[in-house]
Design a protein around this ligand. Structure first.
Ligand code: ATP
Ligand code: MG
Length: 317
C-alpha cells in the first residue's frame, strides 16, 4: 500500500482522505479493519483479539493497533504486560505477543502500566500517527484497529487518517446499545467508510445445568439492528466465564476455540473480492423513522416550547 496511488486506493475502497497519515517504507499493510462501538465495555478489545486470532488461524499475518490510547487493554489481553516498545532508527517496532500477533499500544510506552495517559486531543492524534506512520509493521495481511469507545476525537482521527477498509460494529443486547449502534453505523457512513457488519457480544449465557440459552441482558437485537442499519449481522457471542478468566491471565488468543467469530472472520477474508459497503444514510434514516413510528415513538413538542438543534460553533469535521 506504501506505493499505491490515491486513485488505486480509492478503487480498492480505501480511505483517500487528504488528512490520511503516510505509511512508511517498512510497512506493507494489505487490509485495515476498525473495531468500533458507540459505548464502552461491550467487548471491542475482546472482539479485536478474537478477529485477529481467527484471521491468524486462517493463515494471515496480523497486527493490532490499540487506538484506545487513554484506555489501552490489548497488551493485557495478549500477555504483554510489563513489556516496553523497542525502536530501530526512528521507527518503533511493534511488540510481538506469544501468539504471534504484532501489537502497538500506548500501554507499551508507559513506564508503569498503571500510569494514566493524561493527554489532550492533539497529543492523542500524534500518538496515533506514530502508531501508523512511525511504526515498522512489516508485511501484514490485516491490521485490526481497536478503537476507543464512542464518536469522539480519536475515533474521528482514526476514520480520517487511517486507510480503513471498513469497520466491525460491536453491540450488546441492551436497548441503549441498539441506539448507540445506529450512531456508530452512521458515523462510518458519514466518514465514507464501509461496514463489514455487527457482532453482538455478551449475547447470552449457556446454562451449565441444561445447556439452555439465558438472555442475561435481554433478548438479542442483532437481526433487527442489522436490518434497520442495512448492514450484515455477523456473529452472536455468548458470555463465557472461562474466556473472561483467560483475558485476566493474558492468554485470550490461545484460549479461543477454533472457528470462533466465524461470520466476522469469513467476511474479513472476503474483503479482497468484496469491499465493505458504505451504508446509505438516507435509506437508514427512513427505516429508523418507520420503526419509531411503528412503536408510537413520535416526537412531540410541548406547548410554549420550540425545538432547537444543538449545533456546535464549528463543523465537527
Ligand atoms: N464474550 C465474552 N465472554 C466473557 N467475557 C467477556 C466477553 N466479552 C468481553 N468480556 C470481558 O468483558 C470485559 C470488557 O471487554 P472489553 O475490554 O473487550 O470491552 P471494550 O468494549 O473494549 O471496553 P472499553 O470501551 O473500556 O475499551 C473484559 O474484561 C473482557 O474480558
Ligand atoms: Mg477496549
Amino acid at each position: 500500500m506504501a506505493c499505491e496511488s490515491r486513485d488505486e486506493a480509492a478503487a480498492a475502497g480505501k480511505n483517500t482522505n487528504p488528512q490520511a497519515f503516510e505509511e512508511n517504507a517498512l510497512s506493507e499493510v494489505r487490509h485495515v479493519i476498525g473495531v468500533v462501538s458507540g459505548k464502552g465495555g461491550v467487548g471491542k478489545s475482546f472482539v479485536s483479539v478474537a478477529l485477529a486470532a481467527g484471521l491468524q488461524k486462517a493463515g494471515a499475518t496480523v497486527g493490532i493497533l490499540d487506538a484506545d490510547i487513554t484506555g489501552p487493554s490489548i497488551p493485557y489481553l495478549l500477555g504483554l504486560r510489563g513489556q516496553r516498545l523497542m525502536s530501530l532508527g526512528d521507527l518503533y517496532l511493534p511488540s510481538i505477543a506469544p501468539c504471534g500477533i504484532k501489537v502497538m499500544s500506548s500501554n507499551l510506552l508507559l513506564g508503569r502500566e498503571d500510569d494514566p495517559v493524561l493527554w489532550r486531543g492533539p497529543v492523542l492524534a500524534g500518538a496515533l500517527r506514530q502508531f501508523w506512520s512511525q511504526t515498522s509493521w512489516g508485511p501484514l495481511d490485516y491490521l485490526i484497529i481497536d478503537m476507543p469507545p464512542g464518536t469522539g476525537d480519536v475515533a474521528l482521527t482514526c476514520y480520517q487518517s487511517l486507510p480503513m477498509d471498513g469497520v466491525v460494529i460491536v453491540s450488546s443486547p441492551q436497548d441503549i446499545v441498539s441506539m448507540i449502534v445506529t450512531k456508530a453505523v452512521k458515523m462510518a457512513a458519514r466518514m465514507d467508510i464501509g461496514v463489514l457488519g455487527i457482532v453482538e457480544n455478551l449475547s447470552y449465557l449457556v446454562s451449565p445445568t441444561d445447556g439452555a440459552e439465558i438472555d442475561l441482558f435481554g433478548p438479542s437485537h442483532l437481526k433487527r439492528d442489522a436490518e434497520l442499519c442495512g448492514v450484515d449481522a455477523l456473529d452472536r457471542l455468548p458470555i463465557e466465564p472461562a474466556l473472561a478468566e483467560a483475558c485476566d491471565q493474558g492468554r485470550l488468543a490461545d484460549a479461543l476455540p477454533d472457528d470462533y467469530l466465524p461470520g466476522t472472520v469469513a467476511r474479513a477474508l472476503m474483503l479482497e473480492a468484496v469491499p465493505a459497503p458504505v451504508p446509505d444514510l438516507a435509506a437508514m434514516d427512513a427505516r429508523l423513522d418507520a420503526y419509531r413510528d411503528s412503536l408510537g415513538l413520535v416526537d412531540g413538542v410541548p406547548e410554549g416550547m420550540e425545538e432547537r438543534d444543538a449545533t456546535p460553533d464549528e463543523e465537527p469535521f
